[in-house]
Design a protein around this ligand. Structure first.
Ligand code: PEP
Length: 250
């Protein structure tokens, strides 16, 4: 039985003081959640958020890092920095990093490797554009992303991995994939993992849905057999996140 995982992706929102205030709002709302609850926050908010959630079951994640430990990489943050600060999860391959910052699958694969080598759990994002959804090639696209991004990753590592299926057309648009559409691709991802590795690995990997998940639609999405949680953008900045976290309790 896979434990559900509900992760907020705060994106580029919340100053440090706003971040602490949001933690104080959300802490009582998620305290009874049976899922793993993660706040993935901007780099500058990591230290105050780790302090704010101390003594709770909430884990802190980062939204980005670079593959080197230190050096002349202006503007970047490294895995050892995140680990020392108390970060447990790292979002890798989010469509905004792919599309706006030009991250490709070679770098994303290096990041997955670096995360595991550093003791961080990757939340590896994949998902298709509206064009690929409409022309019917989205399954091949997802299979390619998974194969590229997991090159050289062992079965034992994949058992610890979190994969987030995030159709780009549903991110921040208010348009949610139907629970059937989300289930179809999450099941496809599990089948791809079974083919690349084995069925035991496929049964253990946790697969989230992300894309306008909110208080109104979370329960239905999370009831699907291959959806093991959610990666939540907009609704993670509001008390709604408490409803989403508890929607996985059934
Ligand atoms: C995301 O950016 O990971 C996301 C799912 O955003 P939203 O929930 O706002 O669609």
């Amino acid at each position: 039985m896979r434990k559900k995982i509900i992760a907020g992706n705060w994106k580029m929102n919340m100053t440090p003081s706003q971040a602490v205030a949001l933690c104080e709002t959300l802490k009582p709302l998620v305290k009874d959640a049976q899922a793993d609850v993660v706040f993935c926050v901007p780099a500058i908010d990591i230290v105050p958020v780790v302090a704010a959630v101390e003594g709770t079951d909430i884990a802190v994640g980062a939204e980005n890092f670079y593959i080197e430990d230190k050096g002349a990489f202006t503007g970047e943050i490294s895995a050892p920095m995140l680990v020392e600060a108390g970060v447990k999860y790292i979002i890798i391959g989010h469509s905004e990093r792919r599309d706006i910052f030009g991250e490709n699958d070679i770098l994303i694969n290096q990041k997955v490797k670096k995360a595991f080598a550093s003791g961080l759990t990757p939340i590896l994002c994949c998902g298709e554009s509206l064009t690929l959804r409409k022309n019917g090639t989205y399954k091949e696209w997802i299979a390619r992303q998974i194969a590229w991004d997991l090159t050289g990753i062992t079965a034992d590592q994949v058992k610890e991995l979190v994969i987030a299926y995030e159709p780009i057309w549903a991110i921040g648009t208010g348009e949610t994939a139907t629970s059937e559409q989300a289930q179809e691709v999450c099941k496809l991802i599990r089948d791809i993992i079974a083919e690349m590795y084995d069925t035991d690995t496929a049964e253990k990997v946790r697969i989230q849905y992300g894309g306008s998940m909110n208080a109104a639609n979370a329960a239905e999405l999370l009831a699907m057999p291959d959806i093991d949680g959610g990666l939540i953008g907009g609704a993670s900045l509001k008390p709604d996140f408490g409803v989403v976290a508890n929607a996985a309790n059934a």
